[in-house]
Design a protein around this ligand. Structure first.
Ligand SMILES: NC(=O)c1ccc[n+]([C@@H]2O[C@H](COP(=O)([O-])OP(=O)(O)OC[C@H]3O[C@@H](n4cnc5c(N)ncnc54)[C@H](O)[C@@H]3O)[C@@H](O)[C@H]2O)c1
Length: 347
């Protein structure tokens, strides 16, 4: 792998921004962060000082005018993604954009079009695709070990409330977008097929007691999906769940069952033989659930920029995850199963 220097501008220095700043400055060979943009003065100064970033700006346009970097990593709130990503692409910068890709499918299309026109790479922050046990599971499924996937159940339960902007449905698309975008991407990736319909129910147990009064807020969701190949899926979302960060997937295939992750650490458990009950566990320990996913996704991004390859978590993938969120949202709002074609045609 070539290690030619790559200079990044970090846009947004909050929770996700700090994770990516750490990866880029410590774990991506040849990468450096030369500028940080954050609307909040104290935040941008702290990130610049903590990670040794020489330049800081209040607005992306100022950073783009100064230049001196090849790529941006955008980790601002969801409602700001589209204008920032499009501005960066128009300035010829490669774009790493956090999930959820945007608020609407129209915004996703505009981001993809801007990146395509500028011939820059676009990668969405679906780090599970680069987390070792998720990657290994994907390869073992596509290698045929458990046969064709019939049912995929994915859950993400987050410990605490996200930042306040995400409580407002109009700025985040709700918890299914903020917390469960990863599940929507993951079930589609592992199923190897696009979702065809969604049915969802939501509930709100803890919001009021935590001071969340935003209209439309929910902290609990269950989604049922049907895929174009006949496969079935479910997504469970709870935030805040309080007990920890819990992300697990179960895949029932024609020949066996596979589990990704457990509550205590990281593991893949595969059972392939009903008679012998053969189980092959692969355990890994790491204090933070997706630490390697966050590092590897930026290594992937750097490699794609250097080689011209298309990233493994594309704008199309981001668009499909959002389409799933929008169909599930229409479902619980209208109390019926919603076909994906309904939300795709109103983009
Ligand atoms: N991949 C993951 O696992 C993961 C984890 C957490 C968050 N995220 C995503 O990352 C994004 C940011 O979430 P967060 O939790 O870090 O939010 P945050 O509120 O902690 O940080 C956002 C930062 O962006 C700054 N900001 C807001 N508007 C701006 C603008 N126009 N220009 C420059 N800076 C601006 C804010 O001042 C703030 O410091 C969201 O899309 C979220 O869904 C992804």
């Amino acid at each position: 792998m070539t290690r030619e220097p790559l200079r990044f501008c970090l846009v947004g220095g909050g929770r996700a921004g700090r994770v990516h700043a750490k990866s880029l400055t410590g774990h991506v060979p040849g990468a450096s962060v030369v500028a940080v943009v954050d609307a909040h003065a104290e935040t941008r100064q702290r990130v610049a000082s903590d990670f040794g970033i020489p330049h800081s700006f209040a607005e992306l346009d100022d950073a783009l005018n100064q230049g001196g970097f090849e790529a941006v990593v955008i980790t601002t709130p969801t409602f700001t993604h589209a204008p920032l990503a499009i501005a960066a692409a128009k300035a010829g910068k490669h774009v790493f954009l956090e999930k959820p890709m945007a608020l609407t499918l129209g915004e996703c299309d505009a981001i993809i079009a801007a990146c395509t026109a500028a011939k820059v790479r676009l990668q969405i922050g679906f780090m599970r695709r680069f987390q070792p046990e998720f990657r290994a599971a994907f390869e073992r499924i596509t290698g045929g070990e458990i046969g064709t996937p019939m049912i995929i159940k994915s859950l993400t339960h987050g410990p605490g409330l996200p930042p306040a902007w995400a409580w407002d449905f109009r700025r985040s698309n709700g918890m299914l977008a903020e917390v469960n975008s990863h599940d929507f991407d993951c079930v589609r990736w592992l199923m190897g097929a696009d979702p065809a319909s969604a049915y969802a129910e939501i509930s709100n147990f803890k919001g009021a007691a935590r001071g969340v009064t935003e209209l439309g807020f929910y902290d609990t969701a269950l989604v049922q999906l049907r895929f174009a190949n006949g496969g079935l899926g479910s997504i469970s979302g709870v935030c805040p769940c309080d007990y920890g960060y819990d992300a697990r997937v179960e895949i029932v295939g024609e020949k066996g069952i596979m589990q990704i992750g457990d509550m205590q650490g990281q593991a893949i458990v595969v059972v392939t033989d009903r008679e012998a009950g053969r189980v092959s566990p692969v355990y890994r320990t790491w204090p933070e659930r997706f630490a390697w996913g966050y590092i590897n996704e930026l290594r992937e991004f750097a490699d794609c920029i250097r080689t011209g390859r298309q990233p493994g978590a594309s704008g199309e993938d981001g668009r499909w995850a959002l389409a799933g969120v929008l169909a599930a949202t229409a479902s619980f709002t209208q109390g019926r199963t919603v076909a994906l074609s309904e939300v795709l045609t109103t983009a």
